[in-house]
Design a binder for this molecule. Structure first.
Ligand code: PEP
Length: 249
């Protein structure tokens, strides 16, 4: 059984005090039948964790270095994140790839570093589906996925979380379409099954991201291969976020 996972991606919004106040306001109101997380700016994470305590709120980093320590001025170490109580790190978000030129290789190194210190990577892919036909059977080729998962030990694979965020849907005025979300997540699952077999492919959680909001989340989350949502704009407001985390039984 894959436990649903709903994640707020606050990007570079909310200062430390606002982030802490948000956590205080929601932490007692979270359902326990899903995992809930907030990916916030690194400077806020420790304080957020202090306030979240043992509540059902995961504190998530939006990025980190592939190096665990050393002379890398301005970088953030996965080891320090783990020490601060961070349990997940988002890697390879569309904005990191586009605005900061992060390559699949660089993201792969970060994935391996996260696993080394016990932080679970949430790996974002924004690739369009590429279909090929082999012996009359459709295959989906997600080059990003293959590259970023290179060298991940088999026993760690099922912990990894994948998010599917088509680039045209992130931060856009497009309405998120539940069928598109299912088609993308299902194709990713099929690729994972082909790469690692049924047991692992069926156990990995795949989230959809791109213009999710309180009006469309229920239909998106009802799709069989969509195990959760990664939500940007609509997660910044407390009422809207609580509505979304409570959307499915
Ligand atoms: C995102 O940035 O990951 C995202 C999905 O943003 P939005 O929900 O605003 O489209």
């Amino acid at each position: 059984m894959r436990k649903p996972f709903i994640i707020a991606n606050w990007k570079m919004n909310k200062n430390v005090h606002e982030s802490v106040a948000f956590v205080k306001a929601i932490k007692e109101k979270l359902p326990t039948n899903k995992e809930i997380g907030i990916a916030a700016q690194a400077v806020s994470l420790y304080n957020m964790k202090e306030v979240a305590g043992n509540s059902n709120l995961q504190i998530i980093a939006q990025n980190a270095s592939a190096e665990l320590e050393g002379p890398y001025t301005g970088e953030i170490s996965m080891r320090s994140l783990a020490d601060a109580g961070v349990t997940y790190v988002m890697l390879g978000h569309l904005e990191r790839r586009r605005l900061f030129n992060e390559s699949n290789d660089a993201i792969n190194q970060k994935v391996l570093a996260a696993l080394q210190v016990g932080i679970i990577p949430i790996i974002c892919t924004d690739e369009e589906m590429v279909q090929t036909e082999v012996n009359g059977k459709i295959h989906y080729v997600f080059q990003q996925l293959r590259s970023v998962l290179k060298g991940v030990p088999a026993n760690k694979l099922s912990q990894v979380v994948i998010s599917y965020e088509p680039s045209w849907a992130v931060g856009s005025s497009h309405q998120a379409n539940p069928d598109v979300a299912e088609e993308g997540c299902q194709a990713i699952r099929q690729s994972l099954v082909e790469m690692y077999g049924n047991k692992i492919g069926d156990s990995i959680r795949i989230l959809y991201g791109g213009s999710v909001n309180p009006d469309n989340i229920y239909k998106i989350m009802s799709k069989p291969n969509v195990d959760g949502a990664l939500i940007g704009r609509a997660s910044l407001d407390i009422e809207s976020f609580l509505q979304m985390v409570n959307c499915v039984e």
